[in-house]
Design a protein around this ligand. Structure first.
Ligand SMILES: Nc1ncnc2c1ncn2[C@@H]1O[C@H](COP(=O)(O)OP(=O)(O)OP(=O)(O)O)[C@@H](O)[C@H]1O
Ligand SMILES: [Mg+2]
Length: 328
């Protein structure tokens, strides 16, 4: 593990226990994140993005559980920690913001008090300092009149303000890693842009590592340094952001890019990928994407495909090798 690596996931497998036996939701995922790096995870609904985030945060609920692999943070494998030991890390070293702020905010408790509770869970601080830090945290997420908002309750705030408060709470103990699971999906475009700028600014100022989950390739392009594309619980492609957008290799990535709406083109140019993500209890035999892939042939339907690494670009496709595509 190199010195500035914050988190290292190795061969992580998450299973869902079902009547038909264990089903694989996350299939041997490997990922390491450095200080100050924003890694994007993109994929359609049901690909396992939130499951991966929950596994890192130790928030998996039955019937889901980690079946294999390690998640190293600060020299320890977090998958071996007791729930109590994990409490010391969650909210302090690693924080998460969710799509819906109300999953982590109490609608009726004063904003300032909630932020103070988040501090108190991890640090012993005087009341005066608690208040000062809570107000500073509210100010840091770009909220005007933080002293006033300190006394507001979330149910009286707008969606964008709540999202900011949740970010303030997630950041108040200066985490080394921030996990954002679709943090702006529920917001309108202007507020979305503000929140995205805010997360980037925080990264620039504090060098926090960020895992940024989204199903929106446009947002991923604006936000991240490196992209991982997920399909049916597997990583199918990963590369530095610019490279992935300039030279996508996996047909699924190409499909996702074609599905980005383009403002200057006719709406009819928006192409969705036909078909849908396979059910966990009915995964295809070969490449998991083959049934939807316009290029699939022969072996694609019968042979399991592994992730191959070419420098900083990884791809899981039989039709791609170090020379790129060989689809003749
Ligand atoms: N509590 C649960 N019980 C059973 N299956 C679940 C549960 N939660 C998630 N799943 C299944 O696990 C798979 C991965 O779900 P996950 O929520 O991680 O997807 P996602 O990529 O975050 O999707 P979205 O973009 O909609 O948030 C899906 O097939 C989903 O149906
Ligand atoms: Mg999700």
């Amino acid at each position: 593990m190199s010195q500035n690596t914050v988190l290292e996931i190795k061969d992580l497998e998450v299973e869902l226990l079902s009547e038909k036996g264990p089903l694989s939701v996350i299939d041997k995922v490997n990922l390491s994140i450095k200080e100050g790096e924003i890694v994007g995870i993109v994929g359609e609904s049901g690909c396992g993005k939130s499951m991966l985030a929950s596994a890192i945060m130790n928030l998996l609920n039955s019937p889901a559980k980690i079946a294999a692999g390690t998640i190293f943070y600060a020299g320890q494998d977090m998958t071996t920690l007791s729930p109590r030991e994990f409490q010391r890390i969650r909210g302090k070293d690693i924080s998460m913001i969710f799509q819906e702020p109300m999953t982590s905010l109490n609608p009726l408790m004063k904003v300032g008090k909630q932020i103070e509770e988040a501090i108190k869970a991890h640090e012993k601080v005087s009341n005066a300092e608690l208040k000062e830090r809570a107000i500073a945290a509210i100010r840091d997420v770009g909220i005007p009149q933080p002293e006033k908002v300190y006394h507001d309750i979330p149910s009286r705030l707008s969606g964008g303000m709540r999202q900011r408060i949740m970010i303030a709470m997630a950041l108040v103990c200066h985490p080394k890693l921030l996990i954002c699971d679709e943090p702006t999906t529920a917001l309108d475009v202007t507020i979305q842009a503000q929140i995205l700028r805010l997360i980037k600014k925080l990264r620039d100022e504090t060098n926090t590592a960020v895992i940024f989950i989204s199903h929106d390739m446009g947002v991923i392009y604006q936000m991240v340094d490196r992209v991982v594309v997920m399909y049916a619980g597997q990583f199918v492609e990963s590369a530095p952001c610019k490279k992935l957008f300039e030279k996508p290799l996996h047909p699924y990535t190409i499909g996702l890019q074609n599905a980005i709406p383009q403002i200057n083109k006719q709406q009819s140019s928006l192409q969705d990928i036909p078909g849908s993500v396979p059910m966990l209890d009915n995964l295809p035999e070969g490449c998991l994407f083959a049934p939807r892939c316009p290029f699939a042939k022969g072996e694609c339907f019968t042979k399991k495909v592994s992730l191959k690494h070419y420098d900083d670009h990884s791809v899981r496709c039989l039709l791609v090798d170090e020379g790129g595509w060989h689809n003749e």
